[in-house]
Write a protein that binds this ligand. Structure first.
Ligand code: COA
Length: 335
């Protein structure tokens, strides 16, 4: 019989540096009231100079491995838009720092949907019998790619990392991953964009290239498509799992904006009190937002063994994805 992918460990890492809305308002033309009412965010964590995505990834991964009860895995997938370097990938370095020399490791680029894409990847390797234990990390440091002078993006994003271990198990076990649905639409490539630094617009000495080095976002377009696609993908996996809206014990939607999460929940018929939320304290942590929110929900008692969990995400590309799982008996480990 085909093995079932089962979540068996979860870890997190957050920078200790808290940046409040008032801190931003001290140097940007914004206010706590504007940011809270439009996004639901009060504060976010931001790395200090010298801390990279790989450092947060390492700490979150150590937590996930400890939480899973074993330090060994067959595969490492790191979802990020903010790798330590343009080249090579960050995952091999993280794997080596974990003592996993020789283990295949790669970065996965699906922006804020990256963690769900990573889960799908892990699940496929496990189902195919090609891996018994996979480490999936979602980590980002958007403070390193947003323009310090751009109030729109600076207010929305925060830094952080979360990781899970997926092992081969049996159907029906708590932690079992159910259906997964992924999608993309490249016609939205300009809605979320770091224009320069790739092969289409290499970073050179000219001013035009420098202008494109920061993360740019068409907020309203992203908002609209995020609600539609996150809802559609979640509907698909929920139907495949045979769950109704009220069968969902916990909706863990990518923490893009409080209003996006609320709109998705309303469309899915999931009661608002069943939405796990970290956006107020962490902002949008991109690929890290789902594992960070899962860990938070588990620590607060919102997730219990056997809880039916629906994950859904939307990111630049555009990409989107959703997954269903039941919650295992695990204790999250925070670095
Ligand atoms: N403080 C004060 N004003 C701000 C601001 C801030 N932090 N950010 C943007 N504004 C201003 C804009 O400059 C604009 O001013 P203008 O009318 O003078 O040009 C005005 O507010 C309206 O901007 P707009 O982008 O239309 O606002 P919005 O209501 O759509 O809210 C977002 C902006 C970013 C909060 C919202 O679009 C959003 O959350 N989008 C989704 C973002 C997201 O989730 N991205 C990641 C997805 S994976």
């Amino acid at each position: 019989m085909q093995p079932t992918p089962v979540l068996c460990g979860i870890g997190t890492s957050l920078p200790d540096n808290v940046v409040t809305n008032d801190d931003l308002a001290a140097y940007l033309d914004t206010s706590d009231e504007w940011i809270r009412s439009r996004t639901g965010i009060r504060e976010r964590r931001v790395v200090r100079p010298g801390t990279a995505t790989g450092d947060l990834s390492l700490a979150a991964a150590q937590g996930a491995l400890k939480s899973s009860g074993s330090a060994s895995v067959d595969l490492v997938v790191l979802a990020t838009t903010t790798p330590d370097h343009r080249c090579p990938a960050t995952a091999p370095d993280v794997a080596t720092r974990l003592g996993l020399v020789g283990v295949p490791a790669w970065d996965l680029s699906a922006v804020c949907s990256g963690f769900v894409y990573g889960l799908a990847c892990a699940a496929s390797f496990v189902r195919a019998g090609a891996a018994r234990r996979v480490l999936v990390i979602g980590a980002d440091t958007y403070s390193t790619i947003t323009d310090p002078g751009d109030r729109a993006t600076r207010a929305v994003f925060g830094d952080g990392a979360g990781a899970v271990v997926i092992r081969a198990g049996e159907p029906g076990e708590p932690g079992a991953l159910g259906p997964v649905s992924l999608g993309s639409d490249g016609s939205l490539r300009d809605a979320i964009l770091v224009a320069a630094g790739g092969s289409r617009q290499p970073l050179g000495g000219d001013g035009a290239a420098r202008d494109g080095r920061y993360f740019a976002m068409r907020g309203k377009t992203v908002f609209r498509h995020a609600v539609e696609r996150m809802t559609e993908a979640a509907e698909r996996v929920r139907a495949e799992a045979g769950w109704s809206g009220t069968d969902v014990d916990c909706l863990v939607a990518h923490q893009a904006n409080l209003r996006i999460v609320q709109a998705v929940a309303a469309r899915l018929g999931v009661p608002a009190e069943r939405c796990a939320l970290t956006i107020e304290r962490l902002g949008n942590t991109a690929a890290a937002s789902i594992p960070l929110t899962l860990a938070d929900a588990a620590c607060s008692g919102r997730l219990r063994t056997g809880s039916r969990v629906l994950l859904t995400a939307f990111g630049g590309g555009a990409t989107w994805g959703a997954a269903a799982l039941t919650w295992p008996d695990v204790t999250p480990v925070a670095a």
